[in-house]
Write a protein that binds this ligand. Structure first.
Ligand code: DC
Length: 218
């Protein structure tokens, strides 16, 4: 069974997906971490991130495993490194490259074929798993999303300013909403949930209820 959770940066998808998967006894797939890992690898190999052919050539040597929050590239655990604000921007650049998306979509489907998954990202319910049994689309006001990311990032970057996070989020939102393939858009059959005034627990309760309603088709 596949459950998808899509939504913009900072809508809380990762925490929700992780906890929902836990409650259901499913695995979870953070597809954004895969775009981040590709960007990390391209940067390490000094590849121009806008150059699709160069990124694709570099990916011939890309050896990535992802298991929940643990992301390993070429034997190196990059789980924390890929969470930096720089990698957030860089991943949003490689995520606009159609061939990179094609490559990662195939990998996402391969991973999820192995069992029951909660998959989160931008295009999980539209492109990657159009037949998912339950789809969610989370939305929240931009200021709330930015504040959430700022509070998270301040743990690793105490000097980071909220205004900076707001400005960077705007750029990422625009890229997410305007790229040619895998644009951030709600699937017709996704349930839209506005998360602004819900605690994480309330949100997970609601999603769990909605999934159990269709039945745990495992
Ligand atoms: O969710 P995130 O911030 O970790 O995602 C990192 C980048 O990857 C973000 O800029 C959007 C992009 N992304 C995507 O294009 N498609 C997905 N399914 C997941 C993430």
């Amino acid at each position: 069974m596949i459950v998808t959770i899509d939504g913009p940066a900072g809508s809380g998808k990762s925490s929700v997906a992780r906890q929902l998967a836990n409650r259901l006894g499913f695995q979870f797939l953070d597809s954004g971490a895969m775009y981040r890992a590709v960007a990390w690898f391209a940067v390490k190999n000094r590849v121009n991130l806008d150059d699709e052919s160069a990124v694709m050539n570099a990916l011939e040597g890309f050896d990535m495993t992802i298991n929940g929050e643990r992301v390993v590239v070429g034997g190196r655990n990059v789980s924390s490194e890929i969470r930096s604000p720089e990698l957030a921007q860089q991943s949003s650049i490689v995520a606009a490259l159609p061939r990179v998306r094609e490559y990662l979509v195939i990998r996402q489907r391969e991973i999820a074929a192995a069992g029951n998954f909660v998959c989160e990202g931008r295009d999980q319910g539209t492109i990657v798993f159009p037949k998912a049994e339950r789809k969610f689309f989370l939305t929240a006001a931009p200021e709330i999303r930015a504040r959430r990311r700022w509070l998270e990032l301040r743990r690793i970057r105490p000097d980071l300013e909220l205004d900076h996070v707001i400005a960077e989020q705007k750029i990422r939102d625009l890229r997410d909403e305007t790229r040619v393939t895998g644009r951030l858009v709600k699937a017709d059959d996704a349930i839209e949930i506005r998360v602004d005034h819900l605690s994480l627990n309330q949100l997970v309760d609601e999603l769990e209820r909605q999934v159990r309603e269709v039945g745990l088709n495992t």
